[in-house]
Ligand binder design. Structure first.
Ligand code: PMP
Length: 348
């Protein structure tokens, strides 16, 4: 027998959305930003190339300063990660012993479950209501760490702010508020950082800053939490190119704000058009929508769209078997999706 940890053997592992390695798909399945970053940000890379023989800044100083300026938080209250996934993993390894409990909603970002399992943590699933929403503050004294995404996938709505705040106030656990999609909405929870020393807010540059391919995310928290998390992260967790490009992107913050508005306009249009096509569609605070065709199985719709080279996300989760999750693409991509759906519907 090879000495493989039992919890690893028992974990299916995280199943990411399909990432086709060809360019012939309209890709509306993993919530990337359909608009590229502004080309000027690539200029900064040239100066870094000759320095690639040198290790990068282990604590991503410039990047954290740029992030702090955008988020209105001191750089000392920020840790940078190799994607926000890295921040989630660092949080588990900093605050939870194997065998202790991690809590999250019964329908949310599925990586929480995978990370908890491979850590050997026990899992507490917090039940959501019929709209997949938090129905009351979480009281869970056994949990050492609580992951709450707001907006929460796959629905994409913010969790009730009052319940979230009460959860932070009443918990002895560390509460990670995962704000991966927050820039596509009007609210955030940064003010909780001043009020609660057990709160970590995570952000990513993968969605709103069009840099999913670069892998950059942040955790924001009190200095005493950041100090401990810094001991746990990989020694050089962000490479030179990521630090440089992400810093330049944050300095072009206003460009991205325009993009977020554009995505939100397309989202409103997509929701209205899908409802006209007889879908049940949840409202969304994110760059995706969860939609259920009332005239065909979602699994079949997913397959038929894929045949037409349009990728949406289908989850084999019992509570959302008849839903597809659709990332908001460009107006043109969404028009092509809507045309394809109308054709599929007409052929039924
Ligand atoms: N949090 C949530 C809620 C997500 O949906 C995702 C995207 N899969 C992430 C975090 C991961 O983001 P990153 O690309 O920064 O690792």
């Amino acid at each position: 027998m090879l000495p493989i940890r039992e919890c690893v053997l028992q974990t299916p592992g995280y199943v990411p959305g399909e990432q086709p390695q060809t360019n012939d798909f309209i890709k509306l399945n993993t919530n990337e930003n359909p608009y590229p970053p502004p080309p000027e940000i690539f200029d900064a890379l040239q100066a870094e190339l000759p320095k690639l023989r040198l290790y990068p800044d282990p604590v991503s100083t410039k990047l954290r300063k740029a992030a702090g300026a955008v988020f209105g938080v001191s750089a000392d209250n920020i840790i940078a990660g190799n994607g926000s996934d890295d921040i989630l993993s660092i949080a588990i390894r900093t605050f939870v012993n194997p065998g202790e409990a991690i809590a999250f909603l019964d329908l949310t970002y599925s990586l929480y479950d995978t990370l908890a399992r491979i850590h050997g943590a026990s899992i507490i699933e917090i039940p959501t209501d019929e709209n997949f929403a938090l129905s009351e503050p979480i009281i869970c004294p056994e949990a050492k760490l609580i992951f709450l995404a707001s907006p929460n996938p796959p629905v994409g709505k913010h969790l009730n702010r009052d319940y979230l705040e009460k959860t932070c106030a009443q918990s002895t656990a560390i509460v990670v508020i995962d704000e991966a999609y927050v820039d596509f909405s009007d609210e955030n929870h940064l003010d909780f950082l001043q009020k609660y020393d057990n709160v970590i807010i995570s952000r990513t540059m993968s969605k709103s800053y069009s840099l999913a391919g670069m892998r950059v995310g942040f955790g924001m928290a009190s200095q005493s939490l950041i100090e401990q998390m810094n001991k746990v992260r990989d020694s050089y967790n962000l490479d030179r190119l990521s630090q440089t490009l992400a810093t330049a992107a944050l300095e072009s913050h206003s460009y991205f704000q325009t993009i977020w508005q554009k995505v939100r306009r397309t989202r409103s249009r997509a929701i209205a058009a899908l409802r006209d096509l007889e879908f049940f569609v949840f409202d969304s605070d994110s760059n995706f929508v969860l939609a259920s065709p009332q005239w065909m199985s979602a699994a079949e719709l997913y397959a038929q769209l894929k045949e037409r080279k349009i990728l949406v996300r289908y989850f084999k989760h019992p509570r959302i078997l008849n839903y597809v999750r659709i990332s908001i693409g460009t107006d043109e991509e969404i028009d092509r999706l809507l045309t394809a759906i109308a054709q599929i519907k007409a052929q039924k």
